[in-house]
Design a protein around this ligand. Structure first.
Ligand code: SAH
Length: 403
Protein backbone atom coordinates (compact mmCIF):
# COMPACT_ATOMS: atom_id res chain seq x y z
CA UNK A 1 0.00 0.00 0.00
CA UNK A 2 1.87 3.01 -1.25
CA UNK A 3 -0.68 5.73 -0.51
CA UNK A 4 -0.31 8.44 2.11
CA UNK A 5 -4.00 8.37 2.90
CA UNK A 6 -5.12 8.17 6.52
CA UNK A 7 -5.77 4.55 7.48
CA UNK A 8 -8.97 3.38 9.17
CA UNK A 9 -9.15 0.00 10.83
CA UNK A 10 -12.39 -1.97 10.65
CA UNK A 11 -13.64 -3.82 13.73
CA UNK A 12 -13.26 -7.59 13.73
CA UNK A 13 -16.27 -9.19 12.04
CA UNK A 14 -17.42 -5.95 10.43
CA UNK A 15 -15.42 -6.29 7.22
CA UNK A 16 -17.10 -9.19 5.45
CA UNK A 17 -19.68 -7.18 3.52
CA UNK A 18 -16.99 -4.75 2.35
CA UNK A 19 -14.81 -7.65 1.26
CA UNK A 20 -17.73 -8.93 -0.78
CA UNK A 21 -18.01 -5.54 -2.48
CA UNK A 22 -20.62 -3.67 -0.46
CA UNK A 23 -19.46 -0.06 -0.53
CA UNK A 24 -20.60 1.09 2.92
CA UNK A 25 -18.90 1.01 6.30
CA UNK A 26 -21.19 2.20 9.08
CA UNK A 27 -19.75 4.31 11.88
CA UNK A 28 -20.16 1.41 14.36
CA UNK A 29 -17.72 -0.65 12.28
CA UNK A 30 -14.72 1.62 12.82
CA UNK A 31 -12.21 0.30 15.32
CA UNK A 32 -11.21 3.79 16.26
CA UNK A 33 -12.78 6.82 14.64
CA UNK A 34 -9.91 8.84 13.21
CA UNK A 35 -9.36 12.30 14.58
CA UNK A 36 -8.65 15.52 12.71
CA UNK A 37 -9.77 14.34 9.31
CA UNK A 38 -11.86 16.72 7.27
CA UNK A 39 -15.22 15.31 6.14
CA UNK A 40 -14.80 13.78 2.71
CA UNK A 41 -11.13 12.86 2.98
CA UNK A 42 -10.02 9.80 1.02
CA UNK A 43 -8.94 7.04 3.40
CA UNK A 44 -7.60 3.49 3.21
CA UNK A 45 -9.59 0.80 4.99
CA UNK A 46 -7.77 -2.13 6.55
CA UNK A 47 -9.15 -5.13 8.40
CA UNK A 48 -8.33 -6.04 11.99
CA UNK A 49 -5.19 -7.84 10.75
CA UNK A 50 -4.04 -4.71 8.92
CA UNK A 51 -4.77 -6.06 5.43
CA UNK A 52 -5.90 -3.55 2.81
CA UNK A 53 -9.65 -3.79 2.13
CA UNK A 54 -10.26 -0.78 -0.06
CA UNK A 55 -10.15 2.97 -0.53
CA UNK A 56 -13.01 5.37 -0.06
CA UNK A 57 -14.03 8.62 1.53
CA UNK A 58 -14.77 9.26 5.17
CA UNK A 59 -17.35 11.50 6.80
CA UNK A 60 -17.74 11.46 10.58
CA UNK A 61 -21.00 13.42 10.32
CA UNK A 62 -23.10 10.61 8.88
CA UNK A 63 -24.02 7.00 9.68
CA UNK A 64 -22.29 5.72 6.56
CA UNK A 65 -18.83 6.65 7.77
CA UNK A 66 -16.97 5.40 4.69
CA UNK A 67 -18.14 4.83 1.13
CA UNK A 68 -15.78 2.65 -0.79
CA UNK A 69 -14.63 3.81 -4.21
CA UNK A 70 -12.33 0.93 -5.03
CA UNK A 71 -11.09 -2.37 -3.67
CA UNK A 72 -7.84 -1.97 -5.66
CA UNK A 73 -4.76 -0.24 -4.39
CA UNK A 74 -5.12 2.56 -6.94
CA UNK A 75 -5.08 6.34 -6.71
CA UNK A 76 -8.45 8.09 -6.66
CA UNK A 77 -7.62 10.62 -9.34
CA UNK A 78 -8.70 11.74 -12.78
CA UNK A 79 -7.55 8.46 -14.28
CA UNK A 80 -9.65 6.50 -11.79
CA UNK A 81 -12.73 8.57 -12.61
CA UNK A 82 -12.02 8.31 -16.34
CA UNK A 83 -12.21 4.51 -16.11
CA UNK A 84 -15.43 4.60 -14.10
CA UNK A 85 -17.08 7.21 -16.35
CA UNK A 86 -15.98 5.37 -19.50
CA UNK A 87 -17.50 2.13 -18.20
CA UNK A 88 -20.75 3.92 -17.36
CA UNK A 89 -20.85 5.64 -20.77
CA UNK A 90 -20.14 2.39 -22.65
CA UNK A 91 -22.86 0.59 -20.71
CA UNK A 92 -25.48 3.15 -21.81
CA UNK A 93 -24.36 2.90 -25.44
CA UNK A 94 -24.75 -0.86 -25.21
CA UNK A 95 -27.92 -1.23 -23.12
CA UNK A 96 -30.12 1.58 -24.44
CA UNK A 97 -31.49 2.14 -27.91
CA UNK A 98 -30.04 5.59 -28.47
CA UNK A 99 -31.25 5.96 -32.05
CA UNK A 100 -34.22 8.04 -30.86
CA UNK A 101 -33.13 8.88 -27.33
CA UNK A 102 -30.53 11.38 -26.14
CA UNK A 103 -31.54 11.55 -22.48
CA UNK A 104 -30.51 9.04 -19.84
CA UNK A 105 -28.88 8.58 -16.47
CA UNK A 106 -25.17 8.44 -17.09
CA UNK A 107 -23.99 7.68 -13.55
CA UNK A 108 -26.16 6.01 -10.94
CA UNK A 109 -24.04 6.31 -7.80
CA UNK A 110 -23.33 2.95 -6.11
CA UNK A 111 -24.87 1.21 -9.13
CA UNK A 112 -21.98 2.50 -11.23
CA UNK A 113 -19.43 2.07 -8.43
CA UNK A 114 -19.33 5.82 -7.82
CA UNK A 115 -21.07 6.40 -4.48
CA UNK A 116 -22.39 9.93 -4.05
CA UNK A 117 -22.46 10.73 -7.79
CA UNK A 118 -25.56 11.17 -9.92
CA UNK A 119 -25.16 12.39 -13.50
CA UNK A 120 -27.92 12.74 -16.06
CA UNK A 121 -27.24 13.29 -19.76
CA UNK A 122 -29.44 15.72 -21.66
CA UNK A 123 -28.55 15.95 -25.35
CA UNK A 124 -24.91 16.79 -24.63
CA UNK A 125 -25.47 18.57 -21.31
CA UNK A 126 -24.48 16.77 -18.12
CA UNK A 127 -26.29 17.65 -14.91
CA UNK A 128 -24.24 16.40 -12.01
CA UNK A 129 -25.32 15.97 -8.41
CA UNK A 130 -22.93 15.52 -5.51
CA UNK A 131 -24.58 13.85 -2.52
CA UNK A 132 -21.57 13.57 -0.23
CA UNK A 133 -18.67 15.48 1.29
CA UNK A 134 -16.33 13.01 -0.40
CA UNK A 135 -17.58 13.82 -3.88
CA UNK A 136 -17.58 17.56 -3.11
CA UNK A 137 -13.82 17.24 -2.58
CA UNK A 138 -13.33 15.11 -5.70
CA UNK A 139 -15.34 17.27 -8.09
CA UNK A 140 -12.34 18.47 -10.04
CA UNK A 141 -11.01 15.07 -11.22
CA UNK A 142 -14.59 13.81 -11.67
CA UNK A 143 -15.60 16.74 -13.88
CA UNK A 144 -12.35 16.46 -15.83
CA UNK A 145 -13.08 12.78 -16.47
CA UNK A 146 -16.64 13.52 -17.58
CA UNK A 147 -15.33 16.17 -19.94
CA UNK A 148 -12.71 13.84 -21.38
CA UNK A 149 -14.99 10.85 -21.92
CA UNK A 150 -18.25 12.52 -22.93
CA UNK A 151 -17.03 15.82 -24.43
CA UNK A 152 -20.24 17.50 -23.32
CA UNK A 153 -21.52 20.94 -24.23
CA UNK A 154 -21.75 21.76 -20.53
CA UNK A 155 -21.47 20.27 -17.06
CA UNK A 156 -23.83 21.78 -14.50
CA UNK A 157 -23.45 20.96 -10.81
CA UNK A 158 -26.58 20.86 -8.69
CA UNK A 159 -26.33 20.49 -4.95
CA UNK A 160 -29.93 21.35 -4.02
CA UNK A 161 -30.65 17.82 -2.83
CA UNK A 162 -32.12 16.97 0.55
CA UNK A 163 -29.80 13.99 1.14
CA UNK A 164 -26.84 16.35 1.51
CA UNK A 165 -28.10 17.47 4.91
CA UNK A 166 -27.38 13.96 6.24
CA UNK A 167 -23.72 14.58 5.34
CA UNK A 168 -23.77 17.96 7.07
CA UNK A 169 -23.63 19.72 3.70
CA UNK A 170 -25.33 22.82 2.37
CA UNK A 171 -27.58 23.17 -0.62
CA UNK A 172 -26.06 25.65 -3.05
CA UNK A 173 -27.12 27.39 -6.24
CA UNK A 174 -26.43 25.43 -9.46
CA UNK A 175 -22.87 25.98 -10.69
CA UNK A 176 -21.63 25.62 -14.24
CA UNK A 177 -18.40 23.59 -14.16
CA UNK A 178 -17.72 23.90 -17.88
CA UNK A 179 -19.24 24.98 -21.18
CA UNK A 180 -22.58 26.62 -21.76
CA UNK A 181 -26.12 25.32 -21.61
CA UNK A 182 -27.87 25.93 -24.93
CA UNK A 183 -30.96 28.11 -24.38
CA UNK A 184 -34.25 26.21 -24.69
CA UNK A 185 -32.59 22.83 -24.11
CA UNK A 186 -34.60 19.99 -25.62
CA UNK A 187 -34.11 16.25 -25.53
CA UNK A 188 -35.53 13.34 -27.43
CA UNK A 189 -36.85 10.25 -25.67
CA UNK A 190 -38.09 7.39 -27.83
CA UNK A 191 -38.61 9.92 -30.60
CA UNK A 192 -40.70 12.31 -28.46
CA UNK A 193 -39.44 15.76 -27.56
CA UNK A 194 -39.18 17.26 -24.10
CA UNK A 195 -38.04 20.64 -22.84
CA UNK A 196 -35.60 20.48 -19.96
CA UNK A 197 -34.83 23.15 -17.41
CA UNK A 198 -31.57 21.88 -15.90
CA UNK A 199 -31.29 24.87 -13.57
CA UNK A 200 -34.74 24.90 -12.00
CA UNK A 201 -36.36 21.58 -12.91
CA UNK A 202 -36.82 19.04 -10.12
CA UNK A 203 -33.85 16.77 -9.33
CA UNK A 204 -31.69 17.23 -12.44
CA UNK A 205 -34.59 18.38 -14.65
CA UNK A 206 -36.28 15.19 -15.91
CA UNK A 207 -37.22 11.77 -14.57
CA UNK A 208 -35.19 9.54 -16.86
CA UNK A 209 -36.14 6.48 -14.79
CA UNK A 210 -39.63 6.28 -16.29
CA UNK A 211 -38.47 6.04 -19.93
CA UNK A 212 -39.22 2.34 -20.38
CA UNK A 213 -42.50 2.58 -18.46
CA UNK A 214 -43.62 5.53 -20.55
CA UNK A 215 -42.78 3.51 -23.65
CA UNK A 216 -44.81 0.56 -22.35
CA UNK A 217 -47.78 2.87 -21.74
CA UNK A 218 -47.72 3.74 -25.45
CA UNK A 219 -48.83 0.16 -26.24
CA UNK A 220 -51.75 0.31 -23.79
CA UNK A 221 -52.93 3.75 -24.92
CA UNK A 222 -52.90 3.04 -28.67
CA UNK A 223 -55.95 0.73 -28.84
CA UNK A 224 -58.12 2.95 -26.61
CA UNK A 225 -61.21 4.55 -28.11
CA UNK A 226 -61.28 8.23 -28.97
CA UNK A 227 -62.53 10.17 -25.96
CA UNK A 228 -60.97 7.80 -23.45
CA UNK A 229 -59.46 9.59 -20.47
CA UNK A 230 -56.28 9.26 -18.45
CA UNK A 231 -55.62 10.76 -15.01
CA UNK A 232 -51.89 11.38 -14.60
CA UNK A 233 -51.27 12.06 -10.92
CA UNK A 234 -47.92 13.55 -9.92
CA UNK A 235 -47.49 14.21 -13.63
CA UNK A 236 -44.45 16.52 -13.37
CA UNK A 237 -43.84 17.71 -16.97
CA UNK A 238 -46.52 15.35 -18.35
CA UNK A 239 -44.12 12.71 -19.71
CA UNK A 240 -46.62 9.86 -19.50
CA UNK A 241 -49.31 12.02 -21.10
CA UNK A 242 -47.14 12.97 -24.07
CA UNK A 243 -46.56 9.28 -24.80
CA UNK A 244 -50.20 8.29 -24.33
CA UNK A 245 -51.58 11.08 -26.52
CA UNK A 246 -49.05 10.41 -29.25
CA UNK A 247 -50.28 6.84 -29.25
CA UNK A 248 -53.98 7.82 -29.25
CA UNK A 249 -54.52 11.48 -30.21
CA UNK A 250 -58.18 11.19 -29.22
CA UNK A 251 -57.23 10.46 -25.60
CA UNK A 252 -57.86 13.23 -23.09
CA UNK A 253 -55.47 13.60 -20.17
CA UNK A 254 -55.78 15.22 -16.78
CA UNK A 255 -52.39 16.17 -15.40
CA UNK A 256 -52.20 16.91 -11.71
CA UNK A 257 -49.12 18.16 -9.91
CA UNK A 258 -48.43 20.55 -7.06
CA UNK A 259 -45.88 22.36 -9.21
CA UNK A 260 -47.39 24.93 -11.57
CA UNK A 261 -44.01 25.36 -13.29
CA UNK A 262 -43.82 21.63 -14.06
CA UNK A 263 -47.33 21.69 -15.52
CA UNK A 264 -46.52 24.73 -17.65
CA UNK A 265 -43.56 22.83 -19.03
CA UNK A 266 -45.87 19.86 -19.57
CA UNK A 267 -48.10 22.07 -21.69
CA UNK A 268 -45.08 23.10 -23.72
CA UNK A 269 -44.09 19.46 -24.12
CA UNK A 270 -47.49 18.77 -25.69
CA UNK A 271 -46.94 21.61 -28.15
CA UNK A 272 -43.41 20.47 -28.89
CA UNK A 273 -44.82 17.15 -30.04
CA UNK A 274 -47.59 18.71 -32.10
CA UNK A 275 -50.34 17.66 -29.67
CA UNK A 276 -52.98 20.38 -29.22
CA UNK A 277 -53.56 21.03 -25.51
CA UNK A 278 -57.27 21.78 -26.03
CA UNK A 279 -59.38 19.38 -23.99
CA UNK A 280 -56.46 18.42 -21.75
CA UNK A 281 -56.37 19.51 -18.14
CA UNK A 282 -53.27 20.77 -16.33
CA UNK A 283 -54.26 21.26 -12.72
CA UNK A 284 -52.04 22.57 -9.97
CA UNK A 285 -53.30 20.68 -6.93
CA UNK A 286 -52.44 18.33 -4.14
CA UNK A 287 -52.88 14.90 -5.70
CA UNK A 288 -54.54 13.41 -2.60
CA UNK A 289 -57.10 16.22 -2.46
CA UNK A 290 -57.71 15.98 -6.20
CA UNK A 291 -58.35 12.22 -5.90
CA UNK A 292 -60.86 12.79 -3.12
CA UNK A 293 -62.64 15.47 -5.15
CA UNK A 294 -62.67 13.28 -8.26
CA UNK A 295 -64.18 10.42 -6.26
CA UNK A 296 -66.89 12.78 -5.01
CA UNK A 297 -67.52 13.78 -8.66
CA UNK A 298 -67.64 10.06 -9.52
CA UNK A 299 -65.05 10.58 -12.24
CA UNK A 300 -63.63 7.41 -13.80
CA UNK A 301 -60.87 6.89 -16.32
CA UNK A 302 -59.44 4.27 -18.66
CA UNK A 303 -55.97 4.87 -17.22
CA UNK A 304 -54.88 6.17 -13.82
CA UNK A 305 -51.20 6.82 -13.06
CA UNK A 306 -49.88 7.25 -9.53
CA UNK A 307 -46.21 8.29 -9.52
CA UNK A 308 -45.59 10.08 -6.22
CA UNK A 309 -42.24 11.26 -4.86
CA UNK A 310 -40.48 8.86 -2.47
CA UNK A 311 -42.61 8.49 0.67
CA UNK A 312 -39.65 6.98 2.57
CA UNK A 313 -36.33 8.77 2.24
CA UNK A 314 -34.74 6.64 4.95
CA UNK A 315 -35.26 3.18 6.38
CA UNK A 316 -36.88 4.65 9.46
CA UNK A 317 -39.71 6.11 7.40
CA UNK A 318 -40.59 2.79 5.79
CA UNK A 319 -43.67 1.84 7.81
CA UNK A 320 -45.18 5.27 7.35
CA UNK A 321 -44.46 5.03 3.63
CA UNK A 322 -46.23 1.68 3.31
CA UNK A 323 -49.33 3.17 4.92
CA UNK A 324 -49.00 6.08 2.48
CA UNK A 325 -48.90 3.78 -0.56
CA UNK A 326 -52.00 1.95 0.64
CA UNK A 327 -53.80 5.26 1.16
CA UNK A 328 -52.80 6.64 -2.23
CA UNK A 329 -53.85 3.48 -4.07
CA UNK A 330 -57.07 3.30 -2.06
CA UNK A 331 -57.87 6.80 -3.32
CA UNK A 332 -56.79 6.01 -6.88
CA UNK A 333 -58.42 2.63 -7.44
CA UNK A 334 -62.08 3.76 -7.43
CA UNK A 335 -61.16 6.11 -10.28
CA UNK A 336 -60.19 3.31 -12.65
CA UNK A 337 -62.98 2.11 -14.95
CA UNK A 338 -63.64 -1.61 -14.85
CA UNK A 339 -61.14 -3.17 -17.25
CA UNK A 340 -58.97 -0.06 -17.09
CA UNK A 341 -55.28 0.29 -16.33
CA UNK A 342 -53.63 1.37 -13.09
CA UNK A 343 -49.96 2.30 -13.25
CA UNK A 344 -48.74 2.58 -9.70
CA UNK A 345 -45.19 3.46 -8.70
CA UNK A 346 -42.91 3.65 -5.69
CA UNK A 347 -39.45 5.21 -5.79
CA UNK A 348 -38.68 4.61 -2.10
CA UNK A 349 -35.40 2.73 -1.89
CA UNK A 350 -36.21 1.14 1.46
CA UNK A 351 -39.52 -0.33 0.24
CA UNK A 352 -39.13 -3.68 -1.53
CA UNK A 353 -41.25 -4.83 -4.46
CA UNK A 354 -42.96 -7.39 -2.21
CA UNK A 355 -43.79 -4.71 0.35
CA UNK A 356 -45.07 -2.35 -2.31
CA UNK A 357 -47.23 -5.10 -3.79
CA UNK A 358 -48.60 -5.71 -0.34
CA UNK A 359 -49.58 -2.05 0.06
CA UNK A 360 -51.41 -2.12 -3.26
CA UNK A 361 -52.99 -5.50 -2.39
CA UNK A 362 -54.34 -3.95 0.80
CA UNK A 363 -55.77 -1.01 -1.15
CA UNK A 364 -57.43 -3.42 -3.60
CA UNK A 365 -59.01 -5.31 -0.72
CA UNK A 366 -60.26 -2.11 0.89
CA UNK A 367 -61.85 -0.89 -2.34
CA UNK A 368 -63.22 -4.28 -3.43
CA UNK A 369 -61.29 -4.27 -6.73
CA UNK A 370 -59.45 -7.20 -8.35
CA UNK A 371 -56.09 -6.45 -9.90
CA UNK A 372 -54.46 -8.42 -12.69
CA UNK A 373 -50.74 -7.65 -12.74
CA UNK A 374 -49.71 -7.29 -16.38
CA UNK A 375 -46.17 -6.02 -16.20
CA UNK A 376 -43.67 -5.17 -13.52
CA UNK A 377 -40.86 -2.68 -13.96
CA UNK A 378 -37.95 -1.70 -11.80
CA UNK A 379 -34.85 0.39 -12.47
CA UNK A 380 -33.99 0.58 -16.15
CA UNK A 381 -30.54 -0.34 -17.45
CA UNK A 382 -29.31 3.24 -17.05
CA UNK A 383 -30.12 2.99 -13.33
CA UNK A 384 -28.16 -0.18 -12.55
CA UNK A 385 -27.88 -1.48 -9.00
CA UNK A 386 -25.09 -3.54 -7.59
CA UNK A 387 -26.32 -6.97 -6.51
CA UNK A 388 -24.40 -6.70 -3.26
CA UNK A 389 -25.96 -3.30 -2.51
CA UNK A 390 -29.68 -3.53 -3.31
CA UNK A 391 -30.25 -0.16 -1.61
CA UNK A 392 -30.17 1.48 -5.04
CA UNK A 393 -32.90 -0.84 -6.35
CA UNK A 394 -35.39 1.90 -5.67
CA UNK A 395 -38.03 1.93 -8.39
CA UNK A 396 -41.09 -0.33 -8.48
CA UNK A 397 -43.83 0.05 -11.06
CA UNK A 398 -46.90 -2.16 -11.47
CA UNK A 399 -49.09 -2.13 -14.56
CA UNK A 400 -52.42 -3.61 -13.43
CA UNK A 401 -55.74 -4.22 -15.10
CA UNK A 402 -58.44 -3.27 -12.64
CA UNK A 403 -61.67 -5.28 -12.53
N1 SAH B 1 -44.40 10.99 -13.46
C1 SAH B 1 -43.40 12.03 -13.59
C2 SAH B 1 -42.47 12.10 -12.41
C3 SAH B 1 -43.13 12.34 -11.08
S1 SAH B 1 -42.05 12.96 -9.86
C4 SAH B 1 -42.64 11.82 -14.88
O1 SAH B 1 -42.85 10.80 -15.59
O2 SAH B 1 -41.82 12.67 -15.24
C5 SAH B 1 -43.13 13.38 -8.57
C6 SAH B 1 -43.96 14.64 -8.80
O3 SAH B 1 -44.88 14.74 -7.72
C7 SAH B 1 -43.23 15.96 -8.82
O4 SAH B 1 -43.52 16.61 -10.03
C8 SAH B 1 -43.81 16.78 -7.65
O5 SAH B 1 -44.00 18.15 -7.97
C9 SAH B 1 -45.13 16.11 -7.45
N2 SAH B 1 -45.73 16.16 -6.10
C10 SAH B 1 -45.15 15.92 -4.91
N3 SAH B 1 -46.06 15.91 -3.92
C11 SAH B 1 -47.27 16.15 -4.50
C12 SAH B 1 -48.59 16.26 -4.04
N4 SAH B 1 -48.89 16.09 -2.73
N5 SAH B 1 -49.57 16.50 -4.91
C13 SAH B 1 -49.30 16.66 -6.23
N6 SAH B 1 -48.06 16.57 -6.74
C14 SAH B 1 -47.05 16.32 -5.89
Amino acid sequence: MASKNPVIKIKTGRDWQLKRGHPWLFSGGLQQPPRDIAPGTVVDLVDAAGEFVGRGYYNPKTDIAVRLLTRQDEAVDRNFFRKRVQAAWDLRQQALDLSKTDVFRLIHAEGDFLPGVIADYYAGVIVLQSHTAGIDLLLEPLAAALEEVVQPKAILLRTDVAVRSREGLQKNEPRLLMGEIPPGLQVQENGLRFKIDPLKGQKTGFFTDQRDKRQALYRYARPLAEGATMANLFSYTAGFSVYATSAQPGLKTINVDQSAAALEQGRQNFELNGIPTAGHVFETADAFKWLEAETARKGQHEIVILDPPAFAKTHREKDKALVGYTRLNRLGLPLVKSGGLLITCSCSGSVSMAEFENSVREAAAQTGRSLQVLEIFENGADHPWSLIAPESRYLKVLFCRVI
